[in-house]
Ligand binder design. Sequence first.
Ligand SMILES: [Zn+2]
Length: 281
Amino acid sequence: MPEGDSVYKAAAKLRGALDGQTLTSTDFRVPAFATVDLSGQRVTSVIPRGKHLLIRVGDDSGGRGIPTGGVSEPGTGTSTGVTIHSHLKMEGVWKIYVPGERWRKPAYLARGVLSTATKVAVGFELGLLEVVPTASEDSIVGHLGPDLLGPDWDADQALSNLLSDPARPVALALLDQRNLAGLGNVYANELSFLRGVRPSTPIGEVTDPARLVALAHKAIMVNRDRPSRNLTGLPRGKPQYWVHGRRGDACLRCGTRIESEQLGTGPTDTRFAWWCPSCQK
Ligand SMILES: [Zn+2]
């Protein structure tokens, strides 16, 4: 799963290419939205929400109404704009090209193509792509907890959400986007290491959980502006993560071999966890 800092960077890239621009053509290569045509409409904003990307179109231009085909009922808002909602999931990425430029990924992987006079944004291998009325965005992102990288960040609310289910393993509690939005498996494991707790430790037993929340915010804010994610602070060529993906390797602090196991039981609640048996008691 993507981490919120990746989504934030993707939004910044898309904003630079599309914000305020008129779409000259759109191509949604998803059956339910294949007939949707947003050409002639203006992109009014590009917003990351947790791990979701929202591209709002036509909101302040009078719009052309809500496209038909697989679109949910509009909410109670009066907006006529639509939102192109994408989720990167495992492999998804948005690339920006100039018109006529050769794509550096195979065309069959493209799920959405948004063109302006000067740029072409191509969404490859998106886990999800849909066009919904902007007025019903809440049905997509309304369930999210405070966004670590959003204007609504609220550490107290995030803490309260996390502690609402004290028996939940800390890594799974951090991954639950309803508690706080933006963390993926990298942060869930790295934050557990940095606070000296195993990913499987019940969140209710973590000492000073407010510090865990503060550290989550600090770590993702720092990495938001870095070209590549780095939790160790070590230079390029050295490990950028303390434990994530390092099963069998030596702990960078104490030399003990990193261990890993599957965490959680359900199909939606199963993740891999890594930890140092010595640093994380
Ligand atoms: Zn260690």
